[in-house]
Design a binder for this molecule. Sequence first.
Ligand SMILES: *Cc1c(COP(=O)(O)O)cnc(C)c1O
Length: 399
Amino acid sequence: MIWYPYEQMKTMKEPYKIIDAEGVYIYTENQKLIDSVSSWWSVIHGYKNPKITNAIKNQADKFSHVMLGGLTHEPVQKLEQKLREFLPGDLDYCFFSDSGSVAVEVALKMALQYYVNKGEKKRIKIMGLTHAYHGDTFKTMEAGDDEDYHFILEAYGENVNAIHIPTNIEALENAFSMYHEELNCFIVEPLLQGAGGMRMYDIAFLKRARELCDKYGVLLIFDEVATGFGRTGYRFVSDLVLPDIIVLGKALTGGHIGHAVTVANKKVYDGFLSDSSEKALMHGPTFMGNALACSAALASIELFEEGNYLEKIKKIEAITRREFENFSDERIKEIRIMGGCACLEVYDSSTLKGFQEFAYEKGVFSRPFLKYLYSMVPYIISEEELVKVFTTMKEWFRR
Ligand SMILES: *Cc1c(COP(=O)(O)O)cnc(C)c1O
């Protein structure tokens, strides 16, 4: 039995069986669908991208994997070098892992151990945002605050060392003045909170967070697993406000194979350098730096650099705004648009019941959750295909 994600297996409907995928399309036996969610926001260049596929094939002919314990290889070295050039500031120290959740765990471990290594043992609190999502492992669930994941509180009680604040500057300032002595790090999904409901907020909040983190010596972590590689309209939100640690996943490999990376700045990295082995970062996922994944990631970043992607995303945003300009419905609470993301939040989740099947018939794959009907399209989508995604959404409300 395949145990599917986020599903009540007793009542789950049959999943669509995909037999091929290319460009923005996924294919079932009977239908051709535009994937409006890019396989959980990762397939930014579309499916079966020839450059990425060839990079994986060529590497597979040499070797698919060797561990990074005591070994290294060209794909991981090239990817590290590329990330060092590509990422802003001194975000130069790459720790690879196999998924976004693990990469967030690594970021939190880095931050917590950074202060342990310095002998400052009072800094035990981590701060995050309300409605945050940072992954499904235990520490990431604590840093997060997603409605779906609150069972953790019932399972083993609330962690008093995890604090959550809303995205307003007053709450931010209050939290810093109240907790700064014990505060270790502040972790956020910058500008766009994804799985918590595609919530968007202002850059001024992050600028103020950077100032307060500097003032009180708190590490700032940007979880750009979802926002990285253009989703907000910026390459990285870290281009606007520089964090101490950035986490990348999802689109890192263009969605062709799972991989993630936690990248620290020099200050954090230097906090682990010592003659004592006790100060080392004790982490090592079996498949970190996988050679196929690194080759795919390298190809994906090269595509991003060569392909004028920020222009593509700007165009997607402009078309999105145009298509929703005069659209409203009494069941819709808010329409939010940022870069390559659009979200219709409804008042009542039952409004969206049946949308997936409706969209399937129209040739669009969509996966609304809770009160959120959204799109996170591959950036290579054509205007006609994009309009079709939004027309399908609008038609649902006009039936
Ligand atoms: C998806 C996501 C994660 C978790 O990544 P996985 O690869 O699914 O473990 C973490 N943070 C954010 C912001 C995400 O969107």
